[in-house]
Write a protein that binds this ligand. Structure first.
Ligand code: G3P
Length: 478
């Protein structure tokens, strides 16, 4: 069936023996846009076997050669930014410009992995024994980093390409093979990205991209004995995966409820523009989006007014037109967001704009005077709806931030660096941004969540380290 995109295994594009497909619904038209293969468990087994064999040879491929191939893939990826960007527009309704930016950023990330990898992995350690009590200088310990084996990468719908390569780049430079399970929305963009790696000429079987239903191959993949490392970005599923996975390194980036704490001395224009960027870019569908504003009562009216003015200027419509606010990824997501809005309405939040929805498209909404008894104070809408909670003290803000189950990022706005540092230390999140909205990038910065927001730390250097193990050889003198 020529209408169904093939999956990628053993260096070839294949049809699944299931004869079945998975449909990708365009969030804007709400019609089937593309179809991908619904792969079977048997096909997963096959891919795992091939990945294991391919990895052994790849680990022996000189580091500089691995880097060279990655640089080549990065360049090809950038050349393909337009068609891949178009897939992102159709599959996940990301604004056209941002879709292209995601691909370019991904190419840069892959190149950076190659450069970081050759330096990081080109070094080892050398220890002598006589520094530890009771030892003579009779033992020399040589350590270096070796690959883990097969890395399973599961990116989310919101950055199908970028959060796939943020796992693929580190895995490959470190000498691992890679099995990619793309999100359903974003699967075709992922397949096209994998095509770029194919064109770069990586060895057969080193990279596979297997599509299908989570119910059929999801658990089967994550619990597969052939998997030596899982790098996952997404929602709650990550918690379930971490409970079921074997004794292998896990890297998980899950949800967030990133707080924006605004002090009385803050530059309110700067805060307002960061709230717009942080809360509403890609319609709030980022784990690092600003998801709750905690503002000191004395400046709250002024800030809310400034944000309201900027919200009114946001364009709302299809991603093809580069609108700021585009349809959210699915109808169920839109329904969930609406549930949070209704709950806030019932409990007396102040609506700064009228709530408006058309299909999956939700107009940007700022909710003022939100209180802790409202669901929106704690849950992440993953949509263009932002709650404002007015606080009477800094402690109250920190308390709200730390009472969350999440701990991804947070931000604080103040001109007082001493206060900012104290607040940063007190916030139980993986990162605190001072005077800017939360963000993962630049992509070589460490990126991690505390509590339910994740396990391990990402960022190029940390991911390369995480996808390796230390191996020592000790020379014993007589
Ligand atoms: O939601 C995914 C997360 O990694 C966000 O990335 O670049 O939007 O901060 P970014």
């Amino acid at each position: 069936d020529g209408d169904v995109f093939k999956y990628y295994a053993d260096g070839e594009w294949k049809k699944s023996s299931s004869g079945k497909s998975v449909s990708i619904i365009n969030p804007t038209t709400r019609k089937v846009q593309y179809k991908v293969q619904a792969c079977t468990q048997e096909e997963v087994n096959k891919v795992m076997e091939i990945a294991k064999v391919a990895q052994k040879a790849w680990a022996k491929t000189p580091l500089w050669k691995r880097a060279e191939l990655l640089h080549k893939a990065a360049a090809i990826l950038k050349e393909h930014k337009a068609p891949i960007g178009e897939c992102l527009v159709k599959e996940i309704a990301k604004p056209a410009k941002d879709s292209v930016t995601e691909v370019v950023r991904s190419g840069d990330l892959v190149s950076y992995c190659a450069e970081e990898g050759v330096r990081l992995l080109g070094q080892g350690t050398f220890l002598v024994s006589d520094s530890f009590p009771g030892n003579e200088r009779t033992k020399y310990c040589l350590s270096s980093k070796i690959p883990l084996g097969v890395v399973l990468a599961i990116p989310p719908f919101n950055y199908p390409v970028n959060l796939a390569v943020s796992k693929i780049g580190p895995a490959l430079i470190a000498g691992n093979s890679l099995v990619l399970k793309p999100p359903t929305q974003g699967a075709v963009a992922c397949l096209h990205m994998v095509h770029c790696f194919h064109l770069a000429g990586f060895p057969k079987g080193l990279i596979s991209c297997i599509t299908g239903k989570g119910s059929e191959i999801g658990d089967f993949l994550t619990m597969h004995p052939g998997v030596n490392c899982i790098s996952f970005t997404g929602g709650d599923t990550g918690i379930a995966i971490s409970k079921k996975a074997g004794m292998i390194p896990l890297q998980m980036e899950l949800g967030g409820k990133d707080a924006c704490i605004v002090l009385e001395d803050a530059d309110l224009d700067l805060v307002a523009s960061n709230i717009i960027k942080g809360g509403f870019s890609y319609s709030g569908q980022r784990c690092t989006a600003v998801k709750v504003v905690l503002v000191m009562e004395s400046v709250a009216d002024t800030l809310v007014e400034k944000v309201k003015t900027k919200v009114a200027k946001l364009t709302v419509g299809p991603p093809e037109d580069n609108c700021d606010i585009t349809p959210v990824v699915s109808e169920s997501s839109a329904n969930f967001i609406e549930g949070l809005v209704n709950d806030a309405k019932q409990k007396g939040a102040t609506f700064c704009q009228e709530y408006k929805r058309d299909g999956n498209l939700i107009w940007p909404l700022l909710l003022d005077n939100v209180r802790p008894d409202m669901r929106i104070a704690w849950e992440e809408p993953f949509g263009p709806v932002l709650p404002v909670i007015r606080i009477g003290s800094i402690e109250e803000g920190i308390h709200h931030c730390n009472a969350s189950n999440f701990g991804l990022q947070g931000c604080v706005f103040t001109k007082d660096i001493n206060k900012a540092m104290l607040i940063s230390d007190a916030m139980e999140t993986g990162t605190v941004q001072i005077n800017s909205a939360p963000a993962r990038g630049p992509d070589h910065f460490p990126f991690q969540g505390l509590k339910d927001s994740g396990i391990g730390s990402q960022g190029i250097t940390n991911s390369i380290n995480m996808m390796t193990k230390v191996k020592s050889t000790v020379i014993n003198l007589p």
